[in-house]
Write a protein that binds this ligand. Sequence first.
Ligand code: UT7
Length: 319
Amino acid sequence: MYARLIGTGSYLPGIPVCNDDLAARGIDTNDEWIVTRTGIRSRHLASHGSTSSELGLIAAQRALEMAGVSPADLDLIVVATSTPDYIFPSTACLIQAKLGNKGAAAFDVQAVCAGFTYALGIAEKFIRSGSHKKVLVIGAEVFSRILDWNDRGTCVLFGDGAGAVVLEASDRPGILATAMHADGSQNGILNVPGQICGGQVTGDPFLRMDGQAVFKFAVRVLADVATEVCQTAGIQTADVDWLIPHQANIRIIEATGKKLGIDRNKVIVTVDRHGNTSAASVPLALDEAVRDGRIQRGQKVLVEGVGGGFTWGAALLEF
Ligand code: UT7
């Protein structure tokens, strides 16, 4: 029994906001610095009041349409997000209600930029166990809400968006191997260390990051976890048809591809147009490459993510 991917969808809010637009808004930055250090040229930012469940709903509807699956047939909905609409209920329950599904299990996964790979791994295990047959997995984020727009070292890096996939139980190959890891001792290098207490936000409600520490950690674990899932599936990393790494920085993406011996033209890149959309980055890139025809049925696709926690994960799938 495999968890087979039968539909993908994504959604980006509004029009692209380019680097010069950010400088024009008064941020002390410039296009040359952002492009050279990160590869980011533009990103999408959700309008004020727009939420992860709104973005995730549209991505989900597009994935369900491609899969030819009615929302009523879903028996599990998993949403990866670090920017949920509410403390509770989960964004998964809100999307379930908007889809009109009743009765499916629905919950959120909080693993920041590794969230989608965690959610995919969880969904795969539900399907392989035989307990669930049709699963919707979504990565949805409005990171613009947790950015300190006075911190040029972080606010230029992130964007908003959502991506989704539909998985079904099948005897034809689908997800071949998954891996999930965490090292909580690294919680200090990337976090939003605030909380709500007595009706007030206490601590710091904005994203804080030690960029260089994150950079080094990311390159190491992205190479390690890609190698791990290939070994589990019994293939060489060079045999992967497409690598979809978390889209945070083109230098991290290129360093990871190089370490793995995967040719540059087999690596899907969206960071230039999306920025870092956290849990949405991998399903957004996957959907783009499926819809533009680069990813073909029967090909092997390796998706991987890394983020705050620290968390990291990967899935190798036959499309
Ligand atoms: O999902 C995982 C999350 N995050 C990541 O994967 C990010 C990983 N880290 C990175 O991508 C990089 O470390 C950054 C892009 C965040 C930063 O690049 P860097 O080469 O490590 O630069 P830096 O932080 O060492 O800053 C170098 C200089 C500093 O100026 P001084 O002190 O050398 O005068 C910064 O103040 O660049 C300055 N700087 C900027 N200048 C213009 C920092 N941000 C900006 C900016 N525009 N937006």
